[in-house]
Design a binder for this molecule. Sequence first.
Ligand code: DC
Length: 243
Amino acid sequence: MAPIVWKPKADFMLFQVGKRKSEVTVKKWKEKMIIAIDGLAASGKTSVSAAVAKELGFACLNSGLLYRMITWAVLREGIDPADSVRIAERLKIWKFHVHVRDGVQIIQCEGHILGSELSLPAVNSAVSIVSQFPAVRRRVGSLLREIAAREDCVTEGRDMGTAVFPDAEYKFFLDASPAIRQKRRDAEGIVDAIQSRDERDRSRTSMAPDAVFVDTGLYDLAGVVNFIMTHVRSPRGDKDTGN
Ligand code: DC
């Protein structure tokens, strides 16, 4: 199918493929475009996704934050993070509101706008327990799909390119060695035991067969973003990486 011309926001001009200056050609099969970026903790996916979304003028959806939002609600009510039955019950009651303003995800739970609470050490250690439950995964998946139906999105997480958006136009899977990833977290001053979270998260983390693998230990942030942008702007939408 011939690519269609996508008109970016007025102040944005990233690449041209023989078109007028204000136009960009990307492969777009659906009305709303999705770029899925998956990877393990501290693989770089959050910074990379935010930068790619900014360059494209897309919304950036961080699925990990939605799992953190539910974990915050669990802890706030003193529920045992392993109590799947109670969590499933409360999920029918809790009111979540997630929307995107100026490309940024705004997360509201029971009327509280959540920000730094989502990275509390207690949330870090409980989130991979809470996020394993099917009721939790279904809820996060539907919140993400509701937004992606309205906005062009870069969506990041563990299973964006497989379970949540298997039809995403572009899929990337980022990784780096455990030592590099732990170093990144330590440098951010965040208490986060990467190795134990890896063990719990691994079963939910999957690389789609049509995803492009990127070793983020080999590039700096700008290098990874550039790699992804080059790929996305390729008129042929190449799937081979040369990586
Ligand atoms: O990306 P993150 O480290 O903030 O994610 C927090 C937790 O949420 C992570 O430990 C696993 C879970 N998660 C998941 O199971 N599936 C996703 N798509 C995203 C995150």
